[in-house]
Design a binder for this molecule. Sequence first.
Ligand code: ASP
Length: 340
Amino acid sequence: MRLMKRLSILLALLIPFAANAQEKAPPHIMFVMHGGAGTITRGSMTPEVEKQYRDKLEEALRTGQAILMKGGTSVDAVEAGIRVLEDSPLFNAGKGAVFTHEGKNELDSAIMEGKTKMAGAVAGVTIIRNPISAARAVMEKSPHVMMVGRGAELFATKMGLEIVDPSYFWTERRWKGLQQELLKEQERQANPHAEIKSDDETRHGTVGAVALDAAGNLAAGTSTGGTTNKQYGRVGDSPIIGAGTYADNDSVAVSCTGTGEFFIRWTVAHDIAALYQYKGLTVEQAGNEVIHKKLEAVKGDGGAIILDRKGNFAMPFNSEGMYRGWIGPDGVPHVLIYKE
Ligand code: ASP
């Protein structure tokens, strides 16, 4: 009896330590972002501009990570991280969106939750400051998955999201980018047989995030201004579930960037998830299969970020560079730009 009593005293003393040890174990979280793929080389970048990109990506990574560390959901982290990049003129999303042929900014965005496979998207919106939040509102507050144009804008207004004048999205850099593209278009018309390439420096900057939260749930989101000089009403892959954005707790979370027309036709995000789920490929193998083998073969340029529930991630791209980074429980942001 005495022994039992001693044992129970010992246990009572030890239990708080065990609980404490458990409390102190960092949550198993991961947050990965991209800021677009394209012809991004060391030679094309000044150290000052490079620093601006790195700083902004680090800020966005830290923002998402802080939410995950506090037990916030993967959807919360994805939305918050993307909003930071949407508010920056550096990226082709939100404030820094590229121009259409007519000189307008038409934005696309999507978000998806891996646990429930709920998803929301908006396309061709012109007055919503943060399209990723509008995509989330469609997911959570409407019975639909995608809303476009005026309807999406009315819905966002009703939901109390921040509405801006279209001129908010005007930036000199993107305007010059459009002028260059218009000149190239004229040259192409004058010399139909010459190969006049678009300068994709004016395009890249689509942003995306994938997150794993402490509860083990995945989410993905993407936001973009699309491609410079796109025609009215053109919608890219970013807001299309399974093309530019996808998340499923049974496989992976994916956000893509690149020439949207290819990513739509090759259903890139879902194809990566399917290779992981049905073929048992790793995140690297699944990403390489689609981005390097399938897309490279047809000259579809771009990349993706991919994250599974174990926290494994990959960031394949077949272009010169891709703004990308990750941050885990230790809170140290890692940012890469070029082929390293
Ligand atoms: N994927 C985007 C689109 O086609 C553009 C990009 O990622 O650069 O709209």
